[in-house]
Design a protein. Structure first.
Length: 139
């Protein structure tokens, strides 16, 4: 089995609605995302012969995904009052509204699904909230 691994990061704020603890308040992280792909075979076409995929393509896809979340407030749909969300948008804050609670676990699954949908043979995604704490989702 062949494995390739690359990583990217983004800075973003979030909070955990209905959570009893510090994380119920808006706070930020430098999210580090490590993606590992796998394949039993290597490509045979002239351009990519001897590769699982072109590292440049994989890095670009992960960077684009991380850039879409960078320097934003990531919220779960329905976790803020409509008036609050409207006020934040009126102030032109970058907001990413997602259909899941923004935990490291859910981000790992999200990245896995997004890059998998682009055709990458994803094996494992690690999402670090801090240098010492990560969540992992794998096939």
């Amino acid at each position: 089995m062949y494995y390739l691994k690359t990583e990217a990061s983004f800075d973003a704020a979030h909070f955990l609605a209905d959570y009893e603890g510090k994380c119920r308040n808006i706070h930020g992280h430098r999210w580090r995302v490590v993606v590992e792909i796998q394949s039993e075979t290597l490509r045979a076409d002239a351009q990519n012969r001897g590769m699982v995929v072109d590292f440049g393509d994989l890095k670009k896809a992960l960077k684009a995904l991380c850039d879409s979340l960078d320097h934003s407030l990531i919220i779960e749909t329905g976790s803020l009052k409509a008036k609050t969300l409207e006020a934040l948008r009126e102030e032109n804050f970058a907001i990413n509204e997602l259909d899941f609670r923004p935990t490291a676990e859910n981000f790992a699954h999200y990245v896995f699904d997004k890059l998998g949908a682009e055709g990458y043979p994803i094996h494992r995604v690690e999402v670090y909230e801090t240098p010492n704490n990560c969540a992992i989702y794998e096939a």
